[in-house]
Design a protein. Structure first.
Length: 143
């Protein structure tokens, strides 16, 4: 049995998920194919084992208790969202302030007087060079 669709149909047959026409086709297949009957019986045994040995857990509270808690939480959240949040207003204000401060900082840097270096200051500059063949990196440090 190598046809995947046939195997899926057999599984759907065991689970009771086939329509009447397809169910009749699968039952005809089962009368003539021993391997298909063996697979169906194995699937039924697995379903029985799962159903019989599935752990059950009982909760100490009733269903109504949990639903009432859920309803209370939903109501509390709705009442919080209906009020305007002051923190959200502060974040909105900061959204405009941060770029404005950045633009102001760039303007201050551009407005500062530029000092030109003389030839002697260049001559006194200290330089260091680092090269790493392993990383393919050359770093020049000028002080």
């Amino acid at each position: 049995m190598k046809d995947t669709q046939v195997i899926l149909d057999l599984q759907a047959y065991v689970d009771g998920e086939l329509d009447t026409a397809r169910r009749a086709e699968v039952e005809r297949l089962l009368t003539g194919d021993a391997e298909a009957r063996e697979l169906v019986e194995g699937l039924r045994q697995v379903a029985r084992l799962i159903r019989d040995h599935e752990p059950t857990s009982a909760v100490p509270e009733t269903r109504e208790f949990y639903w009432s808690q859920i309803q209370r939480r939903i109501a509390a959240q709705e009442s919080q969202t209906s009020r305007p949040q002051p923190a959200a207003a502060a974040i909105n204000w900061l959204r405009w302030l941060a770029p404005a401060l950045g633009v102001a900082a760039v303007a201050v840097v551009l407005a500062m007087p530029k000092k030109e270096l003389s030839g002697q200051e260049f001559a006194e500059a200290t330089t260091m060079t680092f090269h790493s063949d392993a990383d393919g990196l050359t770093l020049h440090w000028i002080e």
